[in-house]
Design a binder for this molecule. Structure first.
Ligand code: PBG
Length: 327
């Protein structure tokens, strides 16, 4: 059956008709909002390469999170910016560290908000790498000890989900083991399973003050050329006990999202990263693109590719747009 019996335009004639046959829906409940909390300051600091995003002091972080929660966003992801950095990133697993304190305050004041914590030492190390460094190399197994402690102290503070983003091998199994030993067998792990060595993290590194002092992250993050390898990463993390797996970045890696979706049954998250945010903001500021439309189209595309959850700095804007459109 072909034209003229088949006319694809029949079902596109009006918005109600289009809405009726729409395959993908985006909702505020799909979104997670990443937030930066900074120790040792009482002022909010704008992040120049991420217009509209800030480093928050603890009290204002709570206001911002409450705002997002009020818009129907179920979860925030916390990144901590400590005063003290050292070789081993010890302030990452200080029970009284900035993220641990932020988690306690958030769970105390907004109990229904899901608080997810980033588990990775790069913001806490003097060298800015996601693993411990020995003789100029990033060492895997020793780093797992730090990650165990970091995840444990986050769970003790009340984190609802821990999210390792370091890309060390075996970290999901190590964190699962640590949490289970400490009675946190019900705390889920969302692993950054297929995390690429992307140039699109540059604004984040400015925001989080976490650029590596030497070298790059190519010995632990994935080569952007590889998709089959992403399937292995995702499967391994599920075998190690990941409850949710993530692909990151999102828009340039929609094929990876679709493949991961086809390969595993666990919920899949995708991270629309800082550089994706900054590109859209920069084009919108020049009035080259309509910001609201780009936000909704990119997030919808990420969902259509197979993501169940999307981490995005546009979470609040998107939620407002979705509410305004009556969804
Ligand atoms: C590492 C981490 C990074 C991001 C999230 N977790 C930076 C990196 O790997 O260099 C990037 C997120 C973004 O760009 O928005 N802790």
């Amino acid at each position: 059956m072909a034209f003229p019996l088949q006319r694809m335009r029949r079902l596109r004639q009006s918005e109600p008709l289009r809405r009726m046959v729409r395959e993908t829906a985006l909702a505020p409940s799909d979104l997670m909002y990443p937030l930066f909390v900074r120790e040792g300051t009482d002022r909010q600091e704008a992040i120049p390469s991420m217009p509209g995003q800030c480093r928050w002091p603890l009290d204002l972080l709570i206001k911002e999170a409450a705002d997002a929660h009020g818009l129907g966003i179920p979860a925030v992801m916390l990144f901590g910016l400590p005063v003290h950095k050292d070789e081993r990133g010890t302030s990452a697993y200080d029970p009284n560290g900035i993220v641990q304190r932020a988690v306690r305050a958030l769970k105390d004041q907004i109990p229904d908000l899901i608080v997810v914590t980033d588990v990775c030492i790069d913001e806490y190390t003097s060298h800015g790498h996601c693993g411990l460094v020995k003789d100029g190399r990033i060492i895997n197994d020793e780093t797992l000890k730090c990650l165990r402690l970091m995840a444990k102290t986050h769970a003790e503070a009340g984190a609802d989900v821990v999210a390792p983003s370091d890309m060390m091998d075996g970290r999901v199994a190590a964190i699962r083991d640590e949490l289970d030993q400490r009675g946190f067998e019900d705390v889920p792990i969302m692993s950054y399973a297929a995390k690429y060595a992307s140039c699109l993290y540059a604004p984040f590194r400015e925001a989080a003050l976490s650029s590596p002092a030497f070298g790059d992250r190519c010995t632990y993050q994935m080569d952007p050329a590889n998709a089959r390898e992403a399937v292995r990463e995702v499967q391994l993390d599920v075998e190690e006990g990941a409850d949710i797996v993530m692909v990151k970045p999102a828009l340039p890696y929609l094929d990876v999202i679709a493949r991961a979706r086809a390969e595993v049954g666990v919920p899949l998250a995708a991270y629309q990263v800082s550089g994706e945010y900054s590109m859209i903001k920069a084009a919108a500021q020049r009035e080259w693109l309509d910001e609201s439309k780009v936000i909704l189209e990119t997030l919808l595309s990420i969902k259509r590719a197979g993501a169940d959850l999307i981490l995005t700095y546009f979470a609040k804007d998107a939620a407002k747009l979705l509410h305004a459109s009556g969804i």
